[in-house]
Design a protein around this ligand. Structure first.
Ligand SMILES: Cc1ncc(COP(=O)(O)O)c(C=O)c1O
Length: 395
């Protein structure tokens, strides 16, 4: 097979869809009015923003007024966690040890100023146990924040069970659904969440725009003051092209959810079977309850960073750990929380597939990966000598 370019880092970000570019384009050109202006230019873009809000509400099963547009997943998470903290002043927060840094780092900050934080452990599949959530609740608990699907290993959390529990105990519940939206059915009432964060660039929408669902009647203190946009929760002139693109991308993704899932599950199966044939490979994350098309694999005696760079030279985009922490060789906090040894965690590679990937892409990646792993093991100081010599025989 000749050289090809294969993008398999869809959990980091996804390509923009043509339809999304088309929907956004007029708002970069002739439809440039400020949605707060009273003239017809402004009324036209206001309509576009409100139509996007209705589409997002429809996709999530919420009222349109419960949707707030933001600058992305990180901002949505911060608006919730810091917003609660500012309202309450002190209290106890329950989260998990495998959250994205956009939750973990906020919690770390809050812990320096009046908040106690419980970081729940996970099992070897990266799963939070709802019983542990229940046990962690104290009379001072003000918020539970558990992600819907993990960005490194793809494990899907029991959000509905935790939501039921939170309702029963009358505690506010946030889920960071940045990796789940567009890939799984996400209905806020089924899940029983009070807040839900999402980000457009994870489902073939534009970067720098996201949304936050806030259940009606729940109040958050805004992080920024200024204009009255987004009912004062996220003031500042709206990113109209981004908001239009987000809604278009979400509508398309949800409309195609079942063929997309079938396609991704088939590719995932093909990839996993091929990876396991390489030998010394372990697929991390839950065997079934995992995002479609998401694979995190560890190869013994190999550094994930070396795999990543070797793949890049052959035209393949992958990731080791989460994209936000790559560049550092610290083993992933998620894999360590799952109980992996630091050496094994360092050998992890994340391959996340998207709608445009094909079976040929999978075969190409496997064809590149197999000799690459062998080559890297040969030069590993830790690879057992006998096997290492065996490997060198053919050189
Ligand atoms: C689970 C999770 N939460 C939050 C974020 C941050 O989203 P954004 O890039 O839109 O700020 C990411 C992005 O990688 C993510 O995977």
């Amino acid at each position: 097979m000749g050289r090809r370019l294969v993008y398999m880092d869809h959990s980091a970000t996804t390509p923009l869809r043509e339809e999304v570019i088309k929907a956004m384009e007029p708002f970069f050109r002739e439809r440039y009015g400020n949605p707060s202006s009273l003239h017809s230019w402004g009324r036209e873009t206001r309509q576009a923003v409100e139509s996007a809000r209705r589409k997002v509400g429809l996709a999530l099963g919420s009222e349109p007024e419960e949707i707030y547009f933001t600058g992305g997943g990180t901002e949505s998470n911060n608006i919730v966690l810091q917003g609660i903290a500012r309202r309450r002043g002190k209290g106890h927060i329950i989260t998990s040890s495998i959250e994205h840094h956009a939750v973990l780092d906020v919690c770390r900050d809050l812990a320096t100023g009046g908040f106690q934080v419980t970081y729940l452990p996970v099992d070897r599949y990266g799963m939070v146990d709802p019983r542990e959530v229940e046990e962690a609740i104290t009379p001072g608990t003000v918020l539970i924040s558990i992600m819907m699907a993990n960005n490194e290993v793809g494990t899907i959390q029991p959000i509905k069970e935790i939501g039921n529990l939170a309702r029963l105990k009358n505690i506010l519940f946030h889920t960071d659904a940045v990796q789940a939206v567009g890939k799984l059915p996400v209905k806020v009432n089924d899940l029983g969440v009070d807040f839900l964060s999402l980000s457009a660039h994870k489902f073939n929408g534009p970067k720098g725009v996201g949304a936050l669902y806030v259940r009606k009647g729940v109040s958050l203190a805004p992080l920024c003051n200024g204009g009255g946009q987004e009912r004062k929760l996220r003031p500042g002139t709206e990113n109209v092209p981004g908001i239009v693109g987000l809604a278009e991308a979400l509508e398309l993704a949800m409309g195609e959810l079942s063929p997309r899932t079938a396609h991704l599950v088939a590719l995932q199966k093909r990839m996993e079977e091929g990876l396991l044939k390489i030998g010394g490979a372990t697929v991390n994350g839950h065997p079934q309850l995992r995002l479609p098309g998401h694979i995190n694999v560890s190869f013994n005696y190999v550094e994930g960073e070396s795999l990543l760079l070797g793949l890049d030279l052959q035209g393949v985009a992958a990731s080791s750990g989460s994209a936000c922490t790559s560049g550092s060789i610290d083993p992933s906090h998620v894999l360590l929380a799952m109980g992996l040894e630091p050496e094994v965690a360092r050998g992890s590679l994340r391959l996340t597939m998207g709608w445009e990937n094909t079976a040929e892409d999978v075969d190409y990646v496997l064809g590149v990966l197999s000799p690459l792993v062998k080559r890297l093991r040969k030069i590993s100081a830790h690879y057992p000598q006998s096997r290492s010599w065996e490997g060198l025989k053919g050189v």
